[in-house]
Design a protein around this ligand. Sequence first.
Ligand SMILES: [Zn+2]
Length: 428
Amino acid sequence: MLKINAERLNGRISELAKIGKIGETGVSRLAHSKEDKEAVLKVKGWMEEIGLTARIDDFGNLIGRWDAAETADQKILMVGSHIDSQPYGGRFDGAIGVLGGLEALQTMKENNLTPSLAIELAAFADEEGSRFNKGLFGVRGILGRLEDGELERKDKNGVSRKEALLEFGCNPDKFKESEYDTSRISSFLELHIEQGPVLEDKGEAVGIVTGISGPLWLTVELTGLAGHAGSVPMPMRQDALVGAAKVIIKLNELVKEIPGAPTVGTVGNLEVFPDSRNIIPEKVTFTVDLRDIDEKRRDEIENALHRELDEVSNENGLTYNIREDTRNEPRFCSEKIMDIMRAESKEMNLQPPELMSGPFHDSLAMSYVCDYGMIFVRSKAGISHNPKEYSSPEDIALGTDLLYRTIVKMAAESTNENSRADGRVSHE
Ligand SMILES: [Zn+2]
């Protein structure tokens, strides 16, 4: 028997999916966009309906607070995820974490449960990182972890992050006021779709996450020399695209070298200049996304990629330049929270597999300031960042029920325990 209201939960998920809808099942809600704002206002309304005090901060985060004990200095249990999406994204990525959290809090209120600490539900801004090529913006913002130059990053249309935020209604000059005293955040809980095939493969609706692989994001620029495609003899060419092609193939080979390892590497974006059929490509810029739960193994692949770039550049008369966009190490979940989830799953007659997350989530940023725990919901065929992304209403309800039970347990535990086990608990 579920404790949460599955129909209400899935109704809200469908309703949110109407905002920025593309095709029959997709959504496009780019960070800080008009659609993003509409979605934020929609969820803000729901937060207020269930009695949370909701606000949109200057990073574009939506945060609803339930201050049951009404003491200003109390610890905060944070719950949430994001509602921005990829340009060609699905309905469930991020959304189930925010709306699942909302459903959990509403159920607590209906059951007259009074948490012993403040609970905040967050829909963090720009988790995806698609628009400005840098994700986890809102959550890093409140933790004071933004980097230099982030406001100057531009999207495809030349709009800077700063301009987009102003358009959204935020004031980047007031970021400081939206930052948290991080010592007050005791834990973070996130429900998310798996975005991979493991749970489906094991025939389980719900999984307990043990940690998040660290992503390394690079932007590589190769420069050669443009020339007429009809006149420059082949041995004299400095073709940047031929060089890029070799490097991309090599990366693909490198990550496949260790059989069975969860290492993954992807080039998902390529820009060719001057981008014309009869001109030899002079400059190619491409992105690299490299992930592993083993940081040392990831470093080795990164070094091999550098060697390949040296070699290919020499061979083809190119120069190259690498920009590092993001570098994170793997972050492990709190054993204490996993224990609560294990016990509650048992009560629900579930046998949740325990798995690492390849994709990163808002939890990754939170892991630097507090304990965190994550619940995964089975994804159909592991598809995500795609309108075909699907998780069944039944599975989402089960994941949300486990989230609800976990929050109830954690909110009943005492207010002031904030014993973050800083050591990495290694699982798997
Ligand atoms: Zn997500």
